[in-house]
Each structure stands twice: as structure tokens, then as C-alpha cells.
Ligand binder design. Sequence first.
Ligand code: CP3
Length: 374
Amino acid sequence: MQAMRQAKTQKIQAAGVREKPLLAALAGEQKSRPPLWLMRQAGRYLPEYRALREKAGGFLEMVYNPDLAAEATMQPVRRFGMDGAILFSDILVIPQALGIGLRFAEGEGPVLEAVRPGDPLPVFEKQKLEMRLAPVYETVRRVREGLQAESFSDTALIGFAGAPWTVACYMAEGGSSRDFAKARTWAREDAAGFGRLIDLVTEATIEYLNGQISAGAEAIQLFDSWAGLLVPGGNSHSHSETDTYARWVIEPAQRIISAIRARFPDVPIIAFPRGSGELYAEYARQTGADAIGIDQDISPGWAAENLQKKTAVQGNLDPQSLLAGGAEMGRAARAILDCLGGGPFIFNLGHGVIKETPPEHVAQLVDVVRSWRP
Ligand code: CP3
């Protein structure tokens, strides 16, 4: 704890006074109002995104075209003045850069070449990976320039990657799934083999995040969207189940965070192990992430008590509430702010913006957060 505070103080000193509200909150300082950005703030709920995507022809065509990807990153910043600009890319570019086939089928989500237990794994070749990911790094450079050129000097650029467990879920399944039974079965029946897949993704993810930071990302978010699948249910926690969460969720995050810290001690890391329930506290303690992203199942009061004393917290308005909008959304957002807004806190959703959300509701939410006072 002492060491962590000291490291944080050094970070603040190293950077001088942090001007960008998002970076200030991540350094443990809170300005008068909490910074705000939304997961999936760039996307199909925005008409200007739909127009851009039509022009590109497809989602991956956008991701690998730095002009279009930078434009998609900037769209919600221009419209709403967000404090964070999240890089327009996807967590599944990592399997693709490792040589695994990927496409996005209309109305179906991602389709990958599935990796099965016993299959030979792709070989990690640093140069090939860097070559394939170069357009994403170029997007990062262009967004940094664009933020400057368009005078969004308060907006911080957030890079990201999927956490190894979540990426491995898609790799084992060959696409989306409700329960990712293939990954869970593989992890349970052949932990050594599954561990090699996790190690491969971990190594590639470290390279990828280093590349984003070198190109200008100012903070990083690690998305573990399916961490909750490894949280033991009910109250019959067997030891082996808790170990599973530690092994596939906490350990890879520890490795990624310590590798990034070793090279870029000033770049803060937000970790989002969605669905972790009470294990959020254990995750926060063991990974030492600068901020913890909480989903809508966590009560803000619990987060204030169990997370915010040690790290910054990000979250956690229900995306359904944003979809609905109106007075009820205003009340829900203010209830979160009243609990966590004293800081360090970053306002966000508990998961991504739902594509049917009217952009006007996002504008309303931005007003609610901006006009809130402690
Ligand atoms: O605005 C942003 O958040 C920036 C970019 C971003 C995207 N995906 C763009 C995207 C980010 C940070 C992600 C993360 C991501 N991608 C996650 C983790 C967060 C989460 O939602 O749990 C996951 C699991 C993925 C994998 C993925 N990408 C799926 C399962 C899908 C299909 C479902 C869907 O929403 O269409 C995608 C596609 C995707 N990624 C879109 C966007 C804008 C939609 C593409 C389109 O049709 O235009």
C-alpha cells in the first residue's frame, strides 16, 4: 500500500500537474468534476459512424484504415466532448495478427478459425505481429495529432486490448457464445494446454500494448468481458473454482500490467474484469491496476468501500438505463455520482453502449455528469 502510494506520487510528480481530467483521476487526484467517457462510444448508435462504415465496406476494413479508424475515434469526442477518446480497433485483432482467420459476418458478430485442444498453436513471431498491427499504431498517431489539431487538449487517448481469458474464449469457440463452454471445458480438462494458449495471447498482448503506447496512447484499458464466467456461483466456493479465476483472470493481468509498468511506468492501466462480483476486490489487490472498471451488477456503495480507497474506480451506469434515457436515467447517474464522485472516479457505463441507443440520450447523460456537484 505504502509502496503503491509512493509510486503514484512519483507518477504525478514525473508528469507535473496532470492537466487532463482523465489522467488526473487515474493518478488518484480528482478535479472538481469526474471525467467521463463511454465504452463503445464509437459505433453503430451514431449516424456518422454508420455512414463511415458504409464507405469503408466493413468493420475490419475500418479498423485497418488509419484515416477511417482515426475518424471513428474522433466522432464521439466531437459530438459530446468526451474526456477519453478510445482507439477504434477490436480485441480480436490479436488472434488475427497471430495468423488466425477472422471476419465479421453481418448480424452475426465475429467468426474466427477455432483453436481446439491439441491443435498446434500459432507461433509468436514478433516482426509479423508488428507488421500486421502497424495500421493500428498509425491510427493512434493520427488521433493524437487530431486531438491536438482540433483543440481537444483535455481529452486523453485510451489504447486497449482484450485480456487473455476473453480473447481465448473467442479463439476456442470460433466466435461469440453465451457461455463459452469450449474454453471452459478446455481450461478444466487440459489446463497445461490451455495455459499455453493463454501464454501466447499474453505475450502478443504485451507487444500490442507497448506498440500503442509507443505510438501515443496515454492510458490503457484491459477488457476482460468474460471474467465473470470464472467466478464461482452460489456460496459453495470450492477451492479449485477460486483457483481458476486466479489462474486465468488475475495472473495474466498481473503479467501484462507488470510488463507495461516496467517499460512505461507513467502510463496508467484501467482493468475491467466484467462480472467479477466480490472478486473485484481480490483482483484490484493482486493486480494493482490504476483503476478498476465495474459493471452494473456492482453497487457503487460497495465499490466506494472496497475498491476506491485503494484505486480509482470507473463505471457503472447500466447501458439499458442509457437506452431508456429520461428522468430515471438522470436519477441513476446521479446516484452513482453521489456515491463515487468524490473520487478518484471516472464516469462510464457498466458495459458498452447498446446500438439502439439514441445519441440524444448520450448528450443528456453528458449534461447530467457535467452539472453534478459534490
Ligand atoms: O468505441 C469503442 O469502444 C472503441 C472500439 C471497440 C470496439 N470493440 C469496436 C467494435 C472496443 C474497445 C471493442 C472491444 C471489444 N470487442 C470487446 C470488449 C468489450 C465488450 O464489448 O465486452 C469485445 C468482446 C469485442 C469483440 C467484438 N467486436 C464482438 C463480439 C463484436 C460483435 C458484436 C457487435 O457489437 O457487433 C465486435 C464488433 C465491433 N467492435 C463493433 C465495433 C464498433 C461493431 C462493428 C460494426 O458492425 O460496425
